[in-house]
Design a protein around this ligand. Structure first.
Ligand code: S3P
Length: 178
């Protein structure tokens, strides 16, 4: 059975959606950021500060690569920058059904503005940073995903139901059947 992989910008709700989705499906829940923190005994912000972004990106690729042979169906919530590397996007699509949780700029800003733990949004004008990064990333998310859900006007349980619905119609060839 394939896994479900959640991708999307910081603050798009991947962790909250993933936790509930895994509970409903009785799947294991994996949050790549939390797993990388555990394996490296450092918070993400510390890894960025001490070793740099490129080092963190390599950890992400290594982590995803190790997930491929596991084959235990899981819900995997990914860091917002993980699908940007082409090789990562390919690996994610091998693991299962990739879902892009799309959120508008204002929703994202509201969610991330109080959180000081995201190294890419720590300094400067938050609105501009989110806008610029979103513009750069949107296409990558769309290209990586099998399905896309606009989350702004949906409740958590609506989003989870929609994903479960799609997953029931998911075939391993990478298609949603009608
Ligand atoms: C990042 C997103 C973060 C985390 C790191 C980098 C990004 O995860 O992986 O701070 O590049 O978008 P969340 O999307 O869970 O905030």
């Amino acid at each position: 059975m394939d896994s479900i992989i959640l991708i999307g910008f910081m603050g798009s709700g991947k962790s909250s959606v993933g936790t509930l989705l895994a509970k409903e499906l009785r799947f294991r829940f994996i949050d790549t950021d939390r797993e990388i923190e555990k394996e490296n005994h450092r918070k993400i912000s510390k890894i960025f500060d001490e070793s740099g972004e490129e080092y963190f990106r390599n950890l992400e690729t290594g982590y995803i690569r190790n997930l491929i042979p596991l084959r235990q169906p899981s819900v995997i919530s990914t860091g917002g920058g993980l699908p940007l590397r082409e090789c990562n996007a390919g690996l994610l699509r091998e693991i299962g059904m990739v879902v892009y949780l799309k959120a508008e700029k204002d929703t994202i800003i509201n969610r991330v503005k109080k959180d000081k733990n995201r190294p890419l949004l720590r300094a400067g004008d938050l609105e501009k940073q989110v806008e610029d990064l979103l513009r750069l990333r949107e296409l990558h998310y769309k290209e990586c995903a099998h399905i896309e859900i606009s989350t702004d006007n949906l409740s958590l349980s609506d989003i989870v139901s929609e994903i479960i619905n799609k997953y029931k119609r998911w075939d391993a060839a990478g298609r949603i059947t009608s």
